[in-house]
Design a protein around this ligand. Structure first.
Ligand code: C2E
Ligand code: CA
Ligand code: CA
Ligand code: CA
Length: 275
């Protein structure tokens, strides 16, 4: 038994070593990828629930890896967060989003996801200010999507930072609403412009009564507090109808449009410029 225990430990160590090695390699690879311009922002439209017109886009990062092909964020964001590379990558995302938004008509915004690791960084605010300063973007065209986890860490700091971001003119969205601790008091204590109902509730619409009730409650709550309510992961017409009747302001999801490379939406945007 002892022997097999030792073997188990040895294979555990070996497994761990391999994991660590893999992670190191991926870290170095992210660094190289940034240097060589392998990252790209895809844009997914957000549309008004009233008339289905595009009101903005969410920027979703993709990695065009020379050997592995297109790598999805779920496969590198977590490693980038653990290693700290997310700071550099996140700044690249912000700079690129500002650059894209600068070419957009005034009424269209771009939202970017902010990792909790970025938000916790002591220079988070300074760096964003520097990026805005260096860009021509109108701050109101840039929206930052944050998740609840940053609010529970350090309430005081979070409130200061969000307040400051607002004075810069940025819009703030609370992403994945309903999945975390979702303390109702968050909504009144922080200056959110937007709440995004998590996809899990949207996909359960029509199949689970509780989902219908939760979605309606979030919409009423957000609207009552003067926030725009956005539903994520809208895939069917039934969902879209339910959400707009319930008073949801904006819809996002495969039904309205998948995340696409910038080139392929450029024509849509220029069509909007013309119209
Ligand atoms: P998220 O912020 O909740 O983004 C929405 C995710 O849902 C995206 O996945 C999007 O492609 C997907 N999605 C949109 N509509 C639908 C739909 O109708 N059905 C389904 N099944 N999925 C839909 P993606 O692009 O793979 O991104 C996954 C997550 O990675 C994001 O979740 C976000 O947390 C993170 N992420 C993506 N880009 C960035 C980034 O630039 N920075 C940071 N920190 N995180 C990012
Ligand atoms: Ca502008
Ligand atoms: Ca998001
Ligand atoms: Ca989300």
């Amino acid at each position: 038994a002892k022997k097999s225990g030792r073997n188990t430990f040895r294979s555990y160590r070996k497994g761990m070593d391999e994991l660590i090695e893999k992670r190191r390699a991926l870290e170095a690879d992210i660094e190289r990828g940034l240097e060589r311009g392998e990252f790209e922002l895809y844009l997914q439209p957000r549309v008004s629930a009233l008339d289905a017109l595009i009101v903005g886009y969410e920027a979703l990062v993709r990695w065009k890896h020379p050997e592995r092909g297109m790598v999805q964020p779920g496969d590198f964001i977590p490693v980038a967060e653990v290693s700290g590379k997310i700071i550099e990558l996140g700044e690249w995302v912000q700079i690129e989003a500002c650059r894209l938004a600068t070419g957009f008509p005034e009424h269209l915004h771009i939202s970017v996801n902010v990792s909790p690791v970025q938000f916790r960084h002591p220079q988070f605010l300074e760096r964003i200010e520097a990026i805005l300063d260096a860009s021509e973007v109108s701050p109101h065209q840039l929206e930052l999507e944050i998740t609840e986890s940053v609010l529970i860490d350090d309430d005081q700091r979070a409130r200061l930072i969000l307040g400051h971001l607002k004075t810069l003119g940025l819009r703030i969205a609370l992403d994945d609403f309903g999945t975390g601790y979702s303390s109702l008091s968050y909504l009144s204590r922080y200056p959110f412009d937007v709440i995004k109902i998590d996809r899990s509730f949207v996909s359960a619409l029509g199949t689970e009564e509780t989902a219908d009730a939760i979605v309606r409650t979030i919409i009423d709550l957000g609207s009552g507090l003067g926030m725009r309510v956005v539903a994520e992961g809208v895939e069917t017409l039934d969902q879209a109808r339910y959400l707009s009747v319930a008073g949801c302001d904006e819809l996002q999801g495969y039904l309205l449009g998948r995340p696409q490379p910038v080139d392929s939406i450029a024509s849509e945007v220029s069509a909007e410029i013309v119209s």
